[in-house]
Ligand binder design. Structure first.
Ligand code: NAD
Length: 425
């Protein structure tokens, strides 16, 4: 009786929600009797669109579109980041929230999937305007977030300061300090040690395990990275410490290359101070499209979605692709990479380190007992390695890609929870 397609999105094979739907279709044959209820994965539970008006410093009033989508709450409260970007749409936030459902289930965290965003170019706003935007957005989505309902975190162009404003706004509205409403907060406001670098660390841990399976020695391995933000820079630092050379980096300011490897002690401060890799002295400049032809062993897309198209997948020289970003590979490109024997560690496990340490932060906030950075890193490593083992075993059993195996493990957990809870009313 239900309509097949949702009326409020028009997914295409290359759009984020279209990509997600194709990924779900691929996993249905591995879900056994639970496939009967798999349609619930193709519909977000709840999507809130809010108007975010703020008075700019020049006295005019600007309106921005804000979103919070809770894709699936079968296994616990919603969990997922908030993105500030001019290209944010409802469709994108839906897909990102669905990938959070899969990711949280894949590493077996007691969370559902959610995501939020504001369609804004934050580079065009002052810090004061970003604070107003954040506070108004938080108030508007306050209807559906909360430490037990849905817990936002940082994503593209949002950071610990923005989480502090979100926490403060929510707390003012409910009349009590509620540190557990967001994660990725500053340390002295209930944040967790290790959170800032956790996503990059998870990319490294899954990459290290995958390299071991491939017989690829990290010592001397050549790495190319797209995105030198929170995720990309933390990941390449760890690969560099393990002996790998970072030979190419691309971000919104350009593409740089050095066959001998960059000196990260110079590159990372350069990115922090100037806002990007552009203008870095210790490297040659490449055209942006040339990034995909670079001779390397490991490629880490850690910027935005939809980057690895079929054409680019045919050119990539790496043996291993580590998806630091969410949704960087289009489904048709995934097939090309598989046919070329390029191993892809998919986003839904590869970048799950961030949400895992977010979970640690939330647990620490509830118990008001804080762990050491070593404890956090050791627990993170174990959770990621155990999750990957289970996924790899399923991939080997059915001869399927790691992406399909991760979706199979995760979707089974999500749908089993639905089955056990039953359909309300
Ligand atoms: P960030 O804002 O810190 O960095 C984004 C990076 O992408 C920057 O280096 C920017 O220059 C680059 N970039 C933007 N547009 C680009 C373009 N057109 N071409 C090339 N590079 C471009 O964001 P982040 O937190 O590092 O997130 C990066 C990706 O990782 C996103 O897909 C995000 O959803 C995903 N992710 C982040 C976390 C986290 O904890 N931060 C967790 C899981 C997944």
């Amino acid at each position: 009786m239900s309509n097949d397609a949702l009326s409020f999105v028009r997914p295409t094979p290359e759009s984020p929600w279209g990509t997600y739907l194709a990924q779900v279709d691929r996993v249905i044959p591995y879900l056994g009797p639970l496939a009967r209820i798999a349609d619930s994965l193709k519909r977000p539970k709840r999507a809130l669109i809010v108007d975010v008006p703020i008075e700019l410093e020049n006295g005019t009033i600007a309106h921005f579109e804000g979103f919070r989508v809770q894709h699936n709450l079968n296994r616990g409260p919603g969990k997922g980041g908030v993105r500030y970007h001019p290209d944010v749409t409802l469709e994108e936030v839906m897909a990102l929230s669905a990938w959070m459902s899969v990711k949280n289930a894949a590493v077996n965290l007691p969370y559902g999937g959610a995501k939020g965003g504001i369609r804004v170019d934050p580079k065009k706003l002052s810090l004061k305007e970003i604070e107003k935007l954040t506070r108004r957005y938080t108030s508007e989505i306050g209807l559906i977030i909360g430490p037990q309902q849905d817990i936002p975190a940082p994503d593209v162009n949002t950071n610990a300061q923005i989480m502090a404003w979100m926490m403060d706004t929510y707390s003012m509205n409910v009349g009590a300090t509620a540190t557990g409403v967001v994660t990725g907060k500053p340390i002295h406001l209930g944040g967790s040690l290790g959170r800032v670098k956790a996503t990059g660390r998870g990319v490294f841990v899954t990459g290290r395990e995958a390299a071991r399976r491939l017989g690829l020695d990290l010592n001397g391995a050549r790495v190319a990275v797209q995105g030198m933000g929170n995720v990309g820079s933390a990941a390449v630092e760890l690969f560099n410490q393990a002996g790998a050379k970072i030979v190419a980096a691309q971000d919104h300011t350009g593409t740089i290359y050095n066959a001998k490897g960059f000196d990260l002690a110079e590159l990372i401060p350069h990115v922090r101070e100037t806002g990007g890799v552009g203008g870095f002295k210790g490297a040659d400049v490449l055209g942006n499209e040339e990034f995909w032809d670079v001779d390397c062993d490991i490629m880490i897309p850690a910027a935005l979605e939809g980057q690895i198209t079929v054409a680019r997948a045919n050119r990539i020289k790496a043996k291993l692709v580590l998806e630091g970003a969410n949704g960087p590979t289009l489904p048709a490109a995934d097939d090309v990479l598989a046919s070329r024997n390029i191993l892809v560690v998919p986003d839904v496990i590869c970048n799950a380190g961030g949400v895992t340490v977010s979970y640690f932060e939330w647990v620490q906030d509830f118990s008001s007992f804080f762990w050491s950075e070593d404890e956090i890193n050791v627990r993170l490593d174990k959770i990621m390695v155990d999750a990957l083992k289970r996924i790899w075993a399923l991939a080997d059993e059915h001869k399927i890609t790691l992406r399909t195996a991760t979706f199979a493990v995760a979707c089974e957990r999500i749908l089993a929870a639905r089955q056990e809870r039953g359909l309300y009313p």
